[in-house]
Design a protein around this ligand. Structure first.
Ligand SMILES: [Zn+2]
Length: 388
């Protein structure tokens, strides 16, 4: 064996080892499963594809947890994880799933609305793959996903994304963005079909209230805000006033009519539901923030954001303060109370759509933290344990 051959063989082996290690990591991210121990008021789990066959067997098909009181009242479709790089908008769904009590009305809960986007990370951003929270029974790991559907599932992107049916031209990558593809298209791309499936659930189940949870960068003006379709403007405005008086500052604004593809525009236009989107502050998306660490995701303390706050560049309300940061419990608590308040207001404005529900709220999370409300899968009753 000559030297050249030996050198090439060694290089080939090293490349294969590196490719194997990298590939294994991607495989693990793609196949990671999150445990959910549903509350006693849980009725049944279905798949989103039960409402639209066109996504069956694809990576966007996602579990829908149904909590039916059996008593007539309002119905809520509650979405987490439209953008899975916003975990503060997924954890509230887990907390609700594990603690929901319902005596009037019906809830359809989708913790991860775009599962395809949850199976990858936002490349080039230096985000950690996971973050962990400590419970008295041990540690629980949560995924940080991407904003848009995985390109393994939908490829290639067009040069310009033409929104259906408005024909408005949008940025090319938004063809994989669930919150730019409503009201969906039954024979369109995978993400358009996902949006269509969510619309079908909304229409087939006569959903009264549609809540879409998000996190936003602190430099984005629409942060700490309800964005409501015009039909839901009154309930969002009243809810914002009550929250601001009693719990935390919450703005409300109405959905612009010329901005297409968003839930608060299209779902309201193409169904009878009252539609509200909520944004809380995630100090992870702003490009000025420092090192992207688990700690930053959980605590939200960053000196560069503090500097930006001092320069009046941030829009979050209350103002950014590095002593407090923007901790995960705070962001999750805002979404839980934000949802509860619109449920209440819907009942005030439309008595036939009243719901009686209970789940942990902002002050409960402030007092006990998030993990107090999530249960140990090891000791859970197997009838109530799901992995998704
Ligand atoms: Zn979002």
């Amino acid at each position: 064996m000559n030297n050249v051959f030996l050198r090439r063989l060694i290089i080939l082996i090293v490349v294969l080892i590196v490719a194997f290690l990298g590939g294994r990591e991607f495989w693990e991210i793609r196949h990671f499963k999150q445990s959910i121990v549903v509350s006693e008021d849980f009725t049944k789990k279905v798949m989103l594809s039960d409402y639209f066959e066109g996504i069956k067997g694809t990576w966007v098909d996602t579990p829908v947890y149904i909590y039916d009181s059996g008593n007539p009242g309002g119905s809520l479709l509650w979405l987490g994880g439209t953008h899975p790089y916003e975990p503060g908008a997924i954890l509230p769904a887990y907390v609700a799933a594990e603690n929901l009590k319902i005596t009037k009305g019906k809830i359809f809960l989708i913790p991860v609305a775009n599962r395809s986007a949850w199976t990858m990370g936002d490349y080039g951003m230096g985000y950690p793959k996971y973050f962990s929270l400590e419970a008295n029974w041990g540690e629980k790991k949560f995924r940080i996903g991407a904003r848009n559907s995985n390109q393994l599932d939908q490829w290639p992107d067009p040069f310009t994304y033409v929104h259906y049916p408005s024909r408005q031209n949008l940025a090319y990558q938004d063809i994989r963005n669930l919150n730019r593809t409503y009201p969906g298209y039954a024979s369109g791309t995978l993400t358009e079909r996902l949006a269509y499936a969510i619309m079908e659930l909304t229409r087939q189940e006569d959903i009264d209230l549609f809540v879409d949870m998000h996190e936003a960068s602190l430099m984005y003006p629409v942060v700490s805000t309800y964005v409501a379709h015009q039909d839901a403007e009154d309930i969002a405005m009243m809810a914002g006033m009550n929250l601001s008086a009693e719990q935390f500052p919450m703005k409300s604004e109405s959905s612009p009519k010329s901005l297409r593809g968003l839930s608060h525009r299209e779902v309201g236009d193409y169904s009878d539901a009252l539609v509200v989107l909520m944004e809380t502050a995630e100090p992870f998306i702003d490009r000025v923030a420092g090192k992207m660490t688990e700690e930053l995701m959980i605590e939200g303390k960053d000196e560069f954001l503090q500097k930006a706050a001092e320069e009046n560049l941030l829009y979050c309300d209350p103002e950014y303060d590095i002593e407090f940061g923007k901790p995960m419990w705070y962001r999750v608590g805002r979404h839980l109370s934000g949802t509860m308040e619109v449920i209440k207001q819907m009942g005030e404005f439309y008595p036939d759509k009243q719901m009686e529900v209970e789940f942990p709220l902002f002050f409960d999370l402030e007092e006990h933290g998030i993990m107090h409300f999530l249960h140990d899968p090891e000791t859970a009753d197997t009838d109530r344990l799901f992995y998704q």
